[in-house]
Unconditional design. Structure first.
Length: 77
């Protein structure tokens, strides 16, 4: 899990010319959405889930195709 150092960010903002009030307000607003950010770990987990899902779907399509061909071969001509 990523950690956001608000104290360091506060110091950087003050050094850049923000007032203390502006820096606090910016960090308060920014910190609210910080938990919604995706980490590399989150993205890797999503990638693995998508690959798994696609593998299952493709397997199902192949099985259905084989079943259809088998049924068509059994039909009288």
């Amino acid at each position: 899990m990523a950690v956001f150092d608000t104290h360091k960010a506060f110091e950087v903002l003050i050094a850049a010319g923000f007032t203390e009030r502006q820096a606090k307000a910016l960090l308060e607003v920014g910190s609210e959405g910080y938990g919604a950010l995706a980490t590399k770990s989150d993205l890797r987990e999503l990638e693995l889930r998508l690959k798994h899902d696609l593998t299952l779907r493709m397997g199902g399509l192949v099985a259905a195709g084989v079943a259809i061909i088998a049924v068509l071969e059994l039909l009288p001509r």
